[in-house]
Design a binder for this molecule. Structure first.
Ligand code: C2E
Ligand code: MG
Ligand code: MG
Ligand code: MG
Length: 278
């Protein structure tokens, strides 16, 4: 019985592998049409100054509402889109959606910024900086209102190419942020040469930080490093008051996370913007 069961489980395993391969193939063709079919959504998660609680901008997060499979998490399809090159299409769509949103806000919320996540694949595109700059002009948005988040590990994959591209982006007036900092083995000499204005501490350091003195000492060092390089330091994924209080005490400048606000979209975003006026 046991042998038969293990036989079955082997068969099941390879079926599952085959199913996963097939589902990825169909996901790929679905991704191609997702943009046209308006299945992608841009959700916006606010960023707040820690000391004052004032919101100064958002991070744009992509969501895919698939007609058959339902909601597909970016954690699932972004890495897949990166390995197939389709991420370029998603980045382009997110940039245009962010820019049209910023253009629409110009009278009522002229100071709120939106940060778009860019992938390693985008960094390898030789025309990326020029394309972003042309889009900003097309939408008539002040460059300082569009920000780009680039992961530390993405930069370190090919640091000299990344430095060159980041300088071209910086020259257009766009503000750059290093995402998921602390997980990507930065070389300090490269860090000094990156024209970035924000350092984003990865959520793995933020979880229960109030209960871990060793993590507090490490994060304090990261914050001092960031300030030494004239960067604003933001912590991502803050879920509790205790985590927030600890990061404020450690000198962190800004925060993002479910404690302050989840990502917003549609009426929820509108309600959130409405309470800014009152
Ligand atoms: P990320 O850029 O580090 O984004 C932060 C992720 O943490 C988001 O997940 C966000 O919803 C989630 N988050 C925010 N606050 C909290 C919190 O308090 N607790 C917890 N547990 N999570 C929190 P999301 O939207 O699922 O995105 C996951 C990752 O997918 C992002 O990590 C980013 O690397 C990638 N991604 C999302 N949208 C895009 C995009 O438009 N382009 C690219 N290239 N990547 C994207
Ligand atoms: Mg990000
Ligand atoms: Mg992040
Ligand atoms: Mg992260």
């Amino acid at each position: 019985y046991a042998a038969k069961r293990s036989g079955n489980s082997v068969a099941w395993y390879s079926d599952a592998q085959e199913a996963s391969r097939l589902s990825h193939l169909s996901l790929l063709s679905d991704l191609r049409s997702a943009v046209k079919a308006s299945e992608l959504q841009m959700w916006l998660q606010p960023k707040f100054a820690l000391a004052t609680g004032v919101a100064y901008g958002f991070e744009a997060l992509v969501r895919w509402q698939h007609p058959q499979r339902g909601f597909i998490s970016p954690a699932e399809f972004v890495p897949f889109a990166e390995s197939t090159g389709y991420i370029g299409m998603i980045t382009q769509w997110m940039l245009e959606t962010a820019l049209s949103t910023l253009a629409a806000w110009q009278t009522q919320y002229p100071d709120l910024s939106i940060a778009v996540n860019v992938s390693t694949h985008d960094l390898r595109d030789p025309n990326f900086a020029e394309r972003v700059s042309a889009l900003m002009q097309q939408y008539g948005v002040k460059p300082a209102l569009l920000k780009l988040e680039i992961t530390e590990s993405g930069i370190m994959e090919d640091p000299s190419a990344a430095i060159a591209l980041l300088h071209r982006l910086h020259d257009t007036g766009i503000a750059l942020s290093i995402d998921d900092f602390g997980t990507g083995y930065s070389s300090l000499s490269y860090l000094q040469r990156l024209p970035v204005s924000e350092l984003k501490i990865d959520r793995s350091f933020v979880i229960d930080i109030d209960q871990h003195p060793a993590t507090q000492r490490l994060v304090k060092t990261i914050i001092e490093l960031g300030h030494g390089l004239d960067l604003s330091v933001i912590a991502e994924g803050i879920e509790t008051q205790a985590e927030r209080d600890t990061l404020l005490a450690l000198g962190c400048d800004a925060m993002q996370g479910y404690f302050a606000s989840r990502p917003l979209h549609g009426q929820g975003l509108q309600n959130w913007l409405d309470q800014l006026d009152t």
